[in-house]
Design a protein around this ligand. Structure first.
Ligand code: NAD
Length: 386
């Protein structure tokens, strides 16, 4: 069984799905491993290090995809401009893919159908449930921790103001004002980072528990009185709100958005399209030079006008839809991700290298395409809704 590790090709993506240390572990499990030449370049790991760990180095991208039984990636397959082919097209029929697929995102639907049609068994790392047994595989949490931290730094860097209160001979500079919407893993790390930088931080979530955690990190929480039975779904996760409640939430958010220098948007119900919480009209009332980081963009975004992959300026407001924020902090992101991936693969093949344990809950919930069918509920629902 050959595992293939391609070089990631999304713009600015420097992560890699396996470090040399993980290659050694896969080989110990009984796999052969082939790594695309310079796949580790973005984290300063050389081909030689991978070779010393037991991998073969492959400089022919098409060959790597065509030969591999199992492709391990970081981001969803995309069109490879250099080769002139989509990564799914290069994969062998009946092979296996494990990566972040974001299967509910409308922009990925054609690619998911392509995987189905090629009879590829695909698993998405964003489908892994957040249960204690899966903690070591939880790449979403790992990447969200990085994203919460880095998104605050990106926004602060974009803003033409100080974040902390600064005393000068001319007078005192007021601290920057943050609004963090969605106080999950990204949001809580964003709150902690914004506080460390000296900002004034407000936060909003629909779950009371998340609000309490935001408060414990020093954020002031926006009052949104919504019955908890409407927001708590299976496993304690948030449930998608009905349109009428989303409209009320937008109204609640309006003054907070107007007041903010930096808005970090990370509201999401797992497996669903992200709710639109910031409208164009709300943006028109923001201060010029303010920054919106729409980190839920892989699921469509929380802001109505975010352009995926772009850092756009609209009427003096910066709106960031960068899709691979962890890719900009590649060393620690890859270290976390490669470990999460290893523990996932170890669990997936625990009955032997030629068989998946499809009865396992972690495997079931992350399975996207199998035997010519799409099985991931979030993707099925999102495709029906379009
Ligand atoms: P999470 O599930 O831990 O948190 C999401 C939070 O949103 C939850 O606390 C939930 O209660 C809240 N929420 C749901 N609906 C809401 C609503 N209507 N209003 C307010 N809050 C609401 O998820 P996470 O790990 O923090 O990830 C958040 C988002 O960040 C996801 O969309 C994820 O894909 C994205 N993300 C993006 C990048 C990137 O590079 N752009 C990287 C990592 C994560």
């Amino acid at each position: 069984m050959l595992i293939g590790i391609p070089k990631e090709i999304l713009s600015e993506e420097k992560r890699v799905a396996a470090t040399p240390e993980m290659v050694q572990k896969y080989i110990k499990m009984g796999f052969d491993v082939t790594v695309e030449s310079s796949a580790g370049e973005g984290i300063w790991r050389s081909d030689e290090e991978y070779e010393n760990s037991g991998a073969s180095i492959n400089s022919d991208t098409e060959k790597l995809f065509a030969q591999s039984d199992v492709i391990l990636k970081v981001k969803q397959p995309v069109f490879n401009e250099t080769v002139g082919k989509h990564e799914v097209e290069m994969m062998r029929n009946d092979s296996t893919l494990v990566t972040f697929l974001h299967p509910a995102a409308p922009g990925n639907h054609d690619m998911i159908k392509e995987l189905r049609d090629k009879n590829i068994t695909s698993f998405t790392m964003d489908g892994i449930p957040r249960i204690s047994r899966a903690q070591r595989m939880d790449a979403l949490s790992s990447m969200s921790t990085v994203t919460g931290y880095k998104s605050v730094l990106i926004a602060a860097n974009q803003m033409a103001k100080f974040v902390p209160m600064i005393g000068t001979a001319i007078g005192t500079v007021k601290p920057a004002r943050f609004l963090i919407v969605g106080a999950g893993v990204v949001g809580l790390q964003a709150i902690a980072t914004a506080k460390r930088l000296g900002g004034i931080v407000k936060a909003m979530d629909i779950r009371k528990e998340a609000c309490e955690e935001a408060e414990s990190l020093g954020a002031k929480v926006a009052e949104f009185d919504i019955p908890q039975e409407l927001v708590i779904g299976e496993g304690g996760y948030a449930k998608a709100l009905e349109d009428e409640w989303l409209e009320i939430e937008q109204k609640v958010l309006e003054p907070y958005v107007e007041d903010a220098d930096i808005v970090i948007l990370s509201a999401l119900v797992p497996g669903e399209v992200a709710p639109i919480l910031i409208t164009e009209e709300m943006i028109s009332k923001m201060k010029q030079g303010s920054v919106i980081m729409d980190v839920s963009i892989d699921q469509g975004g929380n802001c109505a006008v975010t352009e995926p992959g772009q850092f756009a300026q609209k009427n003096g407001i910066y709106i960031c839809g960068i899709q691979n924020i962890p890719g900009r902090m590649a060393v620690h992101s890859s270290w976390l991700y490669a470990n999460n991936m290893y523990y996932y693969i170890e669990n997936l093949f625990k009955k032997g290298l030629n068989t998946f344990d499809l009865d396992d809950d972690i495997v079931k919930q992350s399975l996207v395409t199998y035997k010519g069918k799409i099985l991931f509920q979030g993707a099925i629902k999102a495709m029906e809704d379009l």
